[in-house]
Design a protein around this ligand. Structure first.
Ligand code: AMP
Length: 422
């Protein structure tokens, strides 16, 4: 099916083609005509499936003719909310790229925190067609009287489930309350946990549900593996894997900003071109790291979940979960940084004795059944803290070092415990 059959103008079809899109992806096929019809949408489609263009293309068509709205000072026609600054920049770039050949050219403003607010205020003064924003900075701009949302016709939530979660929900509530009679709302994500989905339904009017079925054609092509390893051996294992398999670029997820610093530092000392990426870095540094990684000037980025959502690094071959994600949904988003736009990818998760139970839960929710692999030279020796407490070494050697208790061992240990008198 060509882009022209979706109701897009010939200029936008040409823009899609010049962006390298020969035919619409399944989510674009379903979403674009519905957005053009003015419907509310709840869209769940896999990571890397072309969701950004699924709203960007019709949005550009909807806003361009309404010049008189833009000329109203500080007014906006369409608002795209995203959870991270990095995603704001990326979505802004996609919109600007697709808008290049359009006349009249739509005005697109991208606003996010961590940088000076003044240029953003100036940019919004004369009104704008599309604003891409993180919620916190948008509210700051509203408080500075730099922008009014009463004429927004279309609201897009990209990574909608994240924006509807606690932590963002208060900010989102304030923004939605200011939208006036917004006609159209479009919510996109790869995951919608049931409570979030229920909340989303309340904010949408008679929404069309677009659910791209998980088939071999639409599912991202990501090989997944889990490696059992001792907690303290993970950095060495990571170095070993990068070297052994010659991974050109690797995105490594860790649980904390501290870990991002420590692990990247160790990798650098070992001669790898590695950088941390987390929320405590300056915005300039965050943008630079991502730009350098995308341009292959950095080989390894060690990131917190800041980089888990939406970030599109073309031809990223590997994602490593050095620390496991908190939830199965976070796992989906993290590994979805690879295997994008039809490319193949690899996701490797490090599983330690203490995180094995959590890994089994993620695995179950993901419908996976992976064998825990061991890499030669990195075979695990640790036991889970709680198992170690319960386990009594029957040999009398006073420890369990070098051996993980089997189910049988655990039963034996339990039987050896003195029976408490009632
Ligand atoms: P997204 O899910 O929006 O982050 O897009 C994932 C990747 O797919 C990006 O690199 C896009 O440039 C690419 N992409 C989006 N739409 C198409 C299309 N119709 N054909 C080929 N690639 C696409």
């Amino acid at each position: 099916m060509p882009f022209s059959s979706l109701g897009l103008s010939s200029a936008l079809c040409a823009a899609a083609n010049s962006a390298g899109f020969q035919a619409p992806t399944p989510v674009q096929e379903q979403a674009i005509p519905a957005v053009l019809e003015g419907r509310d949408l709840l869209v769940r489609a896999q990571t890397g499936s072309g969701k950004t263009a699924a709203y960007a293309l019709p949005l550009l068509q909807l806003v361009v003719p309404a010049e008189q709205v833009r000329s109203a000072p500080r007014r906006v026609q369409a608002l795209v909310l995203v959870p991270t600054r990095e995603l704001a920049v990326q979505v802004g770039d996609v919109l600007k790229d697709l808008a290049q050949g359009l006349t009249p050219a739509p005005k697109i403003s991208v606003v996010f925190g961590g940088v000076s607010i003044n240029p953003q205020m100036m940019g919004l003064r004369g009104g704008t067609d599309i604003v891409v924003a993180t919620p916190g900075r948008l509210l700051d701009l509203i408080d500075h009287n730099a922008v009014h949302l009463d004429q927004v016709c279309t609201l897009v939530l990209d990574e909608a489930d994240r924006l509807l979660e606690q932590g963002f929900s208060e900010e989102l509530g304030r923004i939605v309350g200011m939208l006036g009679a917004t006609r159209q709302r479009l919510f996109f994500s790869a995951t919608f946990a049931p409570p979030v989905s229920a909340l989303a339904q309340q904010l949408l009017r008679d929404p069309m549900h677009v659910e791209v079925a998980d088939t071999t054609d639409t599912l991202p092509d990501i090989a997944q593996s889990a490696i059992a390893v001792d907690t303290r051996a993970r950095t060495q294992l990571l170095r070993h894997l990068i070297k052994q398999y010659g991974w050109s670029r690797t995105l490594v997820f860790v649980a904390t900003k501290y870990a991002a610093e420590i692990v990247s530092d160790k990798l650098r000392k070992a001669g790898l071109n590695a950088e941390p990426l987390h929320g405590q870095l300056s915005q300039g540094k965050r943008s630079q790291v991502l730009e350098d990684f995308k341009a292959s000037r950095i080989a390894v980025v060690v990131a917190t979940d800041l980089a888990a959502r939406g970030i599109d690094v073309v031809e990223l071959p590997v994602v490593v979960n050095y620390d496991l994600p908190r939830s199965a949904d976070d796992y989906t988003h993290r590994i979805g940084r690879t295997g994008r736009a039809g490319q193949a990818g690899l996701a490797v998760s490090f599983v330690t004795a203490d995180t094995e139970a959590h890994w089994r839960l993620i695995e179950k929710r993901q419908g996976l059944a992976l064998e825990l692999e061991a890499v030669e030279g990195f075979e695990p020796t640790e036991v889970a803290a709680d198992a170690a407490e319960r386990f009594v070494d029957q040999s009398g050697n006073g420890g369990v070092k070098g051996k993980r208790p089997s189910k049988k061992d655990k039963l034996r240990a339990a039987a050896a415990q003195p029976v408490q008198p009632l």
